[in-house]
Design a protein. Structure first.
Ligand code: ZN
Length: 518
């Protein structure tokens, strides 16, 4: 028996207990905690976070990981444990290099910046937020530098073009590439430049064509929709796509999200609007996709790194597959539209074709989260280009608002009238989540590829959906993707499922097939 391995397993189990408590506390904070309990709840979260951070940076933990990563020990481990040791040792060494004092002040600066962002957004005034953003950017650069001391601003040297994001090249990556890799392991800006470039070139003429065909009349959908009825429609949709309600729960929150407590307890939230039932329906389908992923990871991966899927692009590909690739098809609704009418009686008066026009209404708009599936891509490309400008070209913060508006005009042909509908709309930058945005669009590109592979194996998705066999698609995704958790990187998943490397072409094909002949 390998004693160090047994010790590590016990230690990981202990760390997971803390994670579980923290996740539950955060879930509760976002859903049920009453106003007067928030302060206490936050301090409890802070207490457990500190304990968890200590556990993840403790010397004894590092020693166990190092011992097991020695070649003679490493080769005796099974593959899930090898990956666990490799990833956790990398994380351990990274965090260990970040001085505790710096980490504490970085956390505080981010918290303050989030609050400043909220205020500035309400006032639609970027200048209120700019000094905070400047601080967050400079500290994020510093943070990356601590984690990977060899990284830095390599602008002009084009080193990223040679890198694959793997640890062998880690010493040559620039700071933005380090950030990208944190949200989608193995991805780098050279790859993203290539695929986003392909996509942009293909999308701009398509968008022009769609716009020329005019917008549908959606007045039939106007009305007031009962919230309780919307919740029933949500439950129906979730069980239709394969969400296991015995291994999950739902609640209400300001912004919809999904959280994994464990494989048998994956929770999602939604936000309801009396005048817009479609928004909650598609949020439910989206979060349901995230949740189905979490519910179907192989239970054998419990307490290993494989049950935690931190690859946001891959995760987003699953939610967006249900939301866009499946949910926006007429065939998705054919088997359930009558049932929807029973739950939300107004839908009895709305022809299915009108409903489908509404959920596929493509037109340039200011707000990313409200964008249709086509223009959404351009919203992400804009953010990616700006993040590169921030981290690679050191563009001054006070130029960002105008740069944002100029890019909106260039890509979408619309110009924000104020900062609230421009640079202040998303919270990501306020808490230092630079490098996160591209994962949404990477997810969509994976979807184009997954769709191609699925139809090759199972035939027309429309036929499967029309015949009410959506669970067969869910079973295919379970078998090909979900069960492996984070065992494979996204690039490896694409190779295994589609037999090729990342390309924007399948997503473009999907868009052209759907929208070009309208
Ligand atoms: Zn999502």
């Amino acid at each position: 028996m390998n004693q160090t391995l047994e010790q590590l397993k016990e230690y990981l189990h202990k760390m997971r207990q803390y994670d579980h408590v923290l996740t539950l506390l955060s879930w509760d904070l976002s859903t049920l905690t009453p106003e007067k309990g928030v302060e206490t709840r936050m301090s409890v979260i802070k207490f457990f976070s500190t304990e968890a951070f200590r556990l993840s940076t403790a010397d004894e933990y590092g020693e166990m990981l190092k011992t097991l990563s020695e070649p003679e020990q490493f080769h005796t481990l099974d593959e899930p444990m090898q990956l666990t040791v490799k990833r956790y040792l990398r994380d351990y060494e990274r965090f260990k290099r970040v001085p505790e004092e710096f980490y504490a002040s970085y956390t505080e600066v981010k918290t303050r910046s989030e609050r400043a962002w909220e205020k500035a957004k309400r006032a639609a005034d970027f200048s209120q937020f700019a000094p905070h953003l400047e601080k967050v950017i400079s500290m994020t650069k510093e943070y990356v530098h601590y984690m990977e001391p060899e990284s830095g601003n390599l602008s002009g040297k084009n080193c990223a073009a040679e890198g694959t994001g793997s640890s062998e090249n880690a010493s040559r990556r620039d700071s933005y590439d380090v950030l990208l890799d944190m949200y989608e392991e193995g991805i780098d800006s050279a790859t993203i430049d290539r695929v986003f470039g392909e996509l942009k070139e293909g999308l701009l003429p398509l968008l022009k064509k769609i716009e020329e065909s005019g917008r549908p009349d959606l007045s039939a959908l106007e009305g007031t929709y009962d919230i309780e009825a919307q919740k029933k429609a949500q439950d129906m949709l979730l069980s239709y796509i394969g969400f296991d309600k015995d291994a999950g729960a739902t609640a209400e929150s300001e912004h919809p999200f999904t959280t994994d407590l464990c494989i048998g307890d994956v929770r999602l939230t939604n936000h309801y609007n009396e005048s817009d039932p479609i928004s909650a329906m598609f949020s439910a389908i989206h979060e349901g996709g995230h949740a189905i992923f979490g519910q179907n990871i192989d239970p054998a991966y419990r307490d290993t790194a494989l049950e935690q899927v931190n690859m946001m692009g891959l995760h987003e590909s699953q939610s967006r597959f249900y939301e866009n690739i499946l949910g926006r098809r007429r065939s998705f609704w054919v088997p359930i539209y009558e049932k929807l009418g029973e739950l939300l009686p107004q839908f009895k008066e709305i022809p299915l074709d009108t409903f489908c026009c509404a959920v596929n209404d493509v037109h340039p708009s200011m707000i990313r989260t409200e964008a249709d599936e086509v223009t959404y891509c351009l919203h992400i490309i804009l953010r990616y280009e700006l993040e590169k400008a921030i981290f690679r070209d050191d563009v001054p913060v006070d130029k960002l608002s105008q740069l944002w508006n100029d890019k909106m005009e260039e890509l979408l042909g619309v110009r924000p009238q104020n900062d609230a509908e421009g640079i202040l709309q998303d919270m990501h930058w306020s808490d230092g989540s630079f490098g996160y945005f591209p994962s949404y669009l990477l997810g969509s590109m994976y979807d184009g590829m997954f769709l191609e592979a699925l139809e090759k194996e199972m035939g027309s998705v429309d036929t499967i959906l029309e015949e009410g066999r959506i669970r067969e698609i869910t079973a295919w995704l379970n078998r090909k993707i979900h069960r492996y958790g984070s065992r494979y990187t996204s690039a490896e998943v694409l190779q295994r499922v589609c037999g090729k490397e990342l390309s924007a072409q399948p997503l473009l094909d999907y868009f052209y097939k759907k929208y070009a002949q309208r």
